[in-house]
Design a protein around this ligand. Structure first.
Ligand code: NAD
Ligand code: GLY
Length: 359
C-alpha cells in the first residue's frame, strides 16, 4: 500500500492507495469512525462494492443511503436528502459520512458533511479513476445549480481517502480514459518526469496494470496534495489545476453536457491550451506535439466535433468563472511540467487557436 499525506496542519489527512483496501477500511480509518457512521453511494456502485466495504467495517453499525446515478443527482435536493436521513437517525456532530462512489457522490456527500451541524467528518472512498486522482483530494465540495455547475459548495477537507485500485476493474473504458486525462494534466502542470513516465507507460496504464495504476495514482495525488497544501482555497497557484478546463467547460456546454465526458473535454482543452501557449509563452512547438501524441495514445480527443463553432466557444469562455474583472485568465504552459495562470495573451492568438480547432 502507498500513502500520500495532504499537509494542512491539524487538518492533514492520509490518502491510502492500493489493492484490497475496502476490506481493510476499519483498520485504516478506525480513529475517524463513529458509532454514527453513514455510507452514501449510488445505485451503480453499491451493488458492486457496498457489501465489501461494510465487511471491512465489521464493528461499525453503518447506515447506508443510496442515490440515483449521474451528474443530475448533484443537487441541493440530494444534499438535503442526506441531511434529512442524518436528522432522522439523530446523528450528532461526532458522526462520520463515507462517500463510496465517483466524483458526483464524493462532491455531494462532502458538501452535506460541510453543512450538517456546521461541519462533520467524512471519508472519501473514490471508485472512479478521476475521483481517485482528483475530486476526492483537496476538499472542494459542491452541488450544481440550474444556472451553473458547482455553483453551491464549500471547502471541506476529508478526514481520509481510501483509493482501492481493485474497484477500477469494473470502470467502463471511457470513464477510465477520462481519469487518465487528469493524470496527464499533473505531468503537464507540475511534473515533467511524470509526463515522460506516462509517455513510456501509457499502454500499461490503459491495460490497468496494477503497478502502473498505483504509481500513476500516487504521483497524481502527490502533485495535487503539494499544490493544495500551498494554496488550499485557490487564491493563486491552485488554479493551475484547471489546465484545459476553461476550453473544456466551453466544449462541454456547447455539447450540452451530453456527448463528451468531462475528461474528454479537458483533454481537447489541454491540446488547445498547448497550442495557444506556443504563441503566447514560447512553449516549444515540439513540446505541444508531445502533448497531442500522449493524449492520442491515451485514446483521448485532440480535436473537436464539427458542430462546435469558434464564436460559440469564445462566448462561452467569457462566462467561465476564471474570468476576472472582465479579463479572461487562462492556464498556459511554459514548459512541460510548468504552468502559469495569465491574462497576458493576444486576443488574435486565442482566435487563431479557436479557428484551428473549431469551424
Ligand atoms: P461519476 O461520479 O458520475 O462516475 C462516473 C460513472 O461511473 C457513474 O455512472 C458511476 O456510477 C460509475 N462508477 C463509479 N465507480 C465505478 C466503478 N468502480 N465501476 C463501474 N462504474 C463506476 O463521475 P466522475 O467522473 O467520477 O466525477 C465527475 C464529477 O466530479 C463531476 O461532478 C465533477 O464536477 C466532479 N469533480 C470534482 C472535483 C473536486 O475537486 N471536487 C474535481 C474534478 C471533478
Ligand atoms: N479540480 C480542481 C481543484 O481541485 O482545484
Amino acid at each position: 500500500m502507498k500513502q500520500v499525506v495532504v499537509e494542512l496542519g491539524d487538518r492533514s489527512y492520509p490518502i491510502y492507495i492500493g489493492a484490497s483496501l475496502l476490506q481493510r477500511a476499519a483498520e485504516l480509518v478506525r480513529a475517524e469512525l463513529s458509532e454514527q457512521t453513514m455510507v452514501v453511494s449510488n445505485t451503480v456502485v453499491a451493488p458492486l462494492y457496498l457489501e465489501t466495504l461494510l465487511k471491512g467495517l465489521p464493528d461499525i453499525p453503518a447506515h447506508t443511503l443510496l442515490v440515483e446515478d449521474g451528474e443530475r443527482q448533484k443537487t441541493v435536493e440530494t444534499m438535503n436528502s442526506i441531511i434529512t436521513r442524518l436528522l432522522e437517525q439523530q446523528f450528532n456532530r461526532t458522526c462520520t459520512l463515507i462517500a463510496l462512489g465517483g466524483g458526483v457522490i464524493g462532491d455531494v456527500t462532502g458538501f452535506a458533511a460541510a453543512c450538517y451541524q456546521r461541519g462533520v467528518r467524512y471519508i472519501q472512498v473514490p471508485t472512479t479513476l478521476l475521483a481517485q486522482v482528483d475530486s476526492a483530494v483537496g476538499g472542494k465540495t459542491a452541488v450544481n445549480h440550474s444556472l451553473g455547475k458547482n455553483m453551491i459548495g464549500a471547502f471541506h477537507q476529508p478526514a481520509a481517502v481510501i483509493s482501492d485500485t481493485d474497484v477500477l476493474a469494473s470502470l467502463p473504458a471511457r470513464e477510465f480514459r477520462a481519469g487518465v486525462a487528469e493524470i496527464i494534466k499533473y505531468g503537464l502542470i507540475n511534473d515533467a518526469r511524470f509526463f515522460s513516465w506516462l509517455e513510456d507507460n501509457m499502454d500499461g496504464l490503459l491495460q490497468r496494470d496494477a503497478a502502473c495504476l498505483a504509481h500513476a495514482i500516487e504521483v497524481s495525488c502527490r502533485n495535487k496534495a503539494g499544490i493544495v497544501a500551498r494554496d488550499e482555497r485557490e487564491s493563486g497557484l491552485r488554479a493551475i489545476l484547471n489546465l484545459g478546463h476553461t476550453f473544456g467547460h466551453a466544449i462541454e456546454t456547447a455539447l450540452n453536457y451530453q456527448t463528451w465526458l468531462h475528461g474528454e473535454a479537458v483533454a481537447a482543452g489541454m491540446s488547445m491550451a498547448a497550442h495557444l501557449s506556443v504563441k503566447t509563452t514560447g512553449f516549444a512547438q515540439a513540446e505541444a506535439r508531445r502533448v497531442d501524441v500522449l493524449l492520442e495514445k491515451a485514446g483521448l480527443p485532440v480535436s473537436l466535433p464539427d458542430t462546435i463553432r469558434r464564436e460559440q466557444l469564445r462566448e462561452l469562455m467569457t462566462v467561465d468563472k476564471k474570468s476576472r474583472h472582465g479579463r479572461l485568465h487562462l492556464v498556459l504552459l511554459e514548459q512541460i511540467g510548468k504552468a502559469v495562470v495569465t491574462p497576458e495573451f493576444e486576443e488574435a492568438d486565442l482566435e487563431d487557436t479557436l479557428a484551428r480547432y473549431a469551424g
